[in-house]
Design a binder for this molecule. Structure first.
Ligand SMILES: C[C@H](O)CC(=O)SCCNC(=O)CCNC(=O)[C@H](O)C(C)(C)COP(=O)(O)OP(=O)(O)OC[C@H]1O[C@@H](n2cnc3c(N)ncnc32)[C@H](O)[C@@H]1OP(=O)(O)O
Length: 669
């Protein structure tokens, strides 16, 4: 059904105005106009005593149409300010009481419409939130004014700045929700509530008139100061956080109406910003990854994957296991001996390293997982040291070291011990899948499941298919990925696949620059200032130099025309450095403190420079930070274009998503 706003007036004198725009009742300009019209009609009609505003199809509304931010009309100067015209003048100042009946979700503009009403009745477990900042904008239908007045300044700032929705049960405690009613009772209870307001038996509350939750101005300003400092630290390159706080402050200083004007002015500016363009592009790009041509559009049904075997309990294997367990999937973790098995199990569960939190403990400590969920997840893990249980597996993920003969042997073995419909996946980050499966006859069920480290935290899953991988197997892994709350992108088999292949210049060009005389710590700083959380040398420390050397070889073989070779990595290894794993890389890594640049690495760098001798005239080149960033990123973009041109990814936007979620490319560029 297309977008519609309908009104039904009952014998009780309540007009129920319903919005409908399946699946999420997204609001657009036409809907706002239709709402105004229906409210006008309800206000005029003598048989209407009160109004209930609700959404059809079990969802109130997912908010305003994000497409509108992608193509904002150039001149918005004489556009109506909807927060004033509709939410304030039409709904909040309506001459008849208006009650919102909320179910499923009320996000962004959806919640803002509800906050314009005089009371809110919600079904249980309904999501309420203002996630606009994740899109580069701020709440634009009055939310910066109504939310602080309904839940207090501190909670409102938290909900907006972290774009963190709450559930209706918490909303009830905070006073955002007046009553909770079952889905079946929702509209009936809302009608009664509206009539009771009309009879004077329940209070008729206009959100913007409220001051009781705001507290003193000095307290509020202290909260705003702290929030501003935090925003400057955590979102230094994004304007919307400070802009949102400015709009809140304006309303606190000069009243809700002035606050709405400020909100509108700021929104108008932000909607044209590059940050909004980038973040809304990412929103749709992320959803597009779920649509894989010839896989998700050919009527296949996913098989239910209940049991997964993992071969190898190292960092990757234990991270993947953690993520699967938290998604209620039973994991059999296999290691070659009891010592390694214990270590793998403890990395997941805790207790092996006394001073390091296990995967699960660290998620609980960071508030990502509740104790209850952690307990449940732990019951999904079993450690094994042979293949006797593997007949039962729906999928196996191999996560051993990058050693071709070892992987080939494991896959031959798996073919024998697993059932013929078990998915055989490898977590290799660069080895050709055809080579891994060469010694089997099961090429149709061999697939790459490339997780990014740490696998229980990073959201990207790169799914690699060969020409022989069956569509059903691809669909099944896609589905498991979604159950694990990962964002899966499907790519073709090639050296480095889509993500590491695109980013191999990002790891190599910094070495070229260093050999041309640029300071390595300056390169990391320039890249961090651009917005990456870590510089390329910090990243190489994390991966370890042995891995760097092995994958460097792969790229040298595959793309000899565009690889930079230097003896640096070899020299580092010879000097007993392997990056973070032994505490010695380009940085000093000590437990409990941030990595610090290590000056003792510089003589090794100099030795490598001397051996290469590529500085023009023997002198370091002179470059600006901007040039450093461009010299590192432009070849990366070129490689991404090759990846696209060769059809390794289905869409350019898949690479955008992969760069942000897998390589932490700053989302706002
Ligand atoms: C003026 C106001 O202050 C400004 C605003 O309201 S800004 C918008 C605020 N709202 C949001 O940010 C919510 C964005 N949406 C979401 O986070 C998620 O869609 C959700 C959590 C609501 C639901 O998730 P889920 O059930 O997985 O559904 P999901 O697949 O994401 O969405 C279903 C479809 O609706 C689309 N959609 C979701 N929210 C949308 C929006 N706000 N605008 C346009 N399209 C939207 C999706 O692109 C998807 O389309 P597709 O089927 O063609 O791919």
């Amino acid at each position: 059904m297309a977008m519609a706003v309908t009104m039904e007036v009952g014998n009780d004198g309540v007009a129920v105005i319903s919005i409908s725009n399946p699946p999420l009742n997204i609001i657009n300009a036409a809907m706002l106009a239709a709402l105004k019209e229906k409210f006008g009609e309800a206000t005029r009609r003598r048989d209407v005593k009160a109004i209930v505003l609700t959404g059809k199809g079990g969802r109130f509304s997912g908010g305003f149409d994000i497409n509108a931010f992608q193509n904002p009309s150039g001149d918005t100067s004489d556009r109506t300010i909807e927060s004033i015209d509709l939410v304030l003048n039409t709904i909040e100042d309506c001459k008849k009481p208006v009650v919102a009946a909320i179910e499923g979700l009320a996000l962004g503009g959806g919640l803002e419409l509800a906050m314009g009403c005089h009371a809110r009745i919600s079904a249980p477990k309904t999501q309420l939130g203002l996630p606009e900042l994740t899109l580069g904008v701020i709440p634009g239908l009055g939310g910066t004014q109504s939310l602080p007045r309904l839940v207090g300044v501190s909670k409102a700032i938290e909900m907006m700045l972290f774009s963190k929705p709450i559930m209706s049960e918490e909303g009830k405690l905070l006073g955002l929700i007046d009553e909770i009613a079952t889905s079946e009772e929702l509209v009936r209870v809302s009608r009664l509530h509206a009539l009771e307001i009309s009879d004077g038996r329940k209070p008729w509350v206009r959100s913007l008139h409220r001051t009781d939750k705001i507290g003193s101005l000095s307290e509020a300003q202290q909260l705003l100061r702290t929030a501003r400092e935090q925003a400057k630290r955590t979102a230094p390159n994004m304007p919307q956080h400070l802009a949102c706080l400015d709009a809140v402050e304006e309303g606190l200083l000069h009243g809700g109406y002035k606050g709405l004007l400020k909100e509108a002015a700021v929104s108008k500016e932000l909607v044209q910003s590059n940050t909004t363009k980038a973040l809304t592009h990412l929103f749709f790009a992320q959803r597009a990854t779920a649509k894989v041509p010839n896989i998700t559009d050919v009527g296949l049904k996913p098989n239910h994957v209940k049991k997964v075997g993992i071969i190898g309990g190292g960092i990757m294997g234990s991270g993947i296991a953690t993520s699967l367990m938290l998604s209620n999937i039973t994991v059999f973790l296999k290691e070659i001996n009891s010592e390694y098995l214990l270590k793998g199990m403890k990395t997941v569960e805790g207790g092996y390293y006394i001073d390091t939190l296990s995967n699960i403990q660290s998620l609980v400590a960071r508030g990502k997982v509740t104790q209850d969920k952690a307990r449940k997840a732990l019951s999904m893990l079993e450690g094994v040291s042979d293949y006797s249980e593997f007949k039962e597996m729906d999928m196996v993920i191999e996560a051993v070291i990058e050693d071709i003969p070892l992987k080939q042997e494991i896959f031959s073995e798996l073919e024998k011990v697993c059932s013929s419909c078990c998915i055989l996946a490898t977590n290799t980050s660069s080895i050709d899948l055809n080579v891994i499966g060469e010694k089997t006859k099961s090429q149709d069920r061999i697939i790459g499941a490339h997780f990014f480290s740490p696998a229980h935290i990073m959201p990207l899953l790169e799914i690699i298919r060969t020409e022989k991988t069956s569509p059903q197997v691809i669909l099944d892994l896609l589905t498991v990925g979604k159950i694990m709350k990962k964002v899966p992108i499907v790519v073709l088999n090639c050296t480095g696949f889509a993500v590491n292949r695109s980013f191999f210049p990002y790891m190599q060009i910094p070495h070229l620059l260093v050999h041309l005389g640029v300071d390595l710590f300056r390169i990391d700083r320039a890249i961090r200032n651009f917005g990456f959380p870590l510089g390329p040398f910090q990243l190489q420390d994390l991966g370890g130099f042995r891995l760097g050397k092995a994958s460097g070889k792969e790229y040298e073989n595959a793309f000899p025309d565009r690889t930079f070779r230097s003896p640096l990595t070899e020299l580092l290894l010879k000097n007993g450095r392997n990056g973070k794993s032994n505490g010695k890389g380009f940085y000093v890594h000590e437990k409990g403190s941030k990595p610090k640049p290590d000056p003792s690495v510089l003589p090794i760098v100099d030795e490598s420079r001397k051996l290469m001798n590529i500085m023009p005239g023997g002198k370091p080149i002179s470059v600006t930070d901007e040039e450093i960033t461009e010299m590192v990123l432009f070849p990366t973009i070129n490689e991404a274009c090759r990846v696209l041109d060769e059809g390794v990814v289905a869409r350019a936007s898949d690479l955008d998503v992969a760069s942000v979620l897998g390589m932490s490319f700053p989302s706002y560029w």
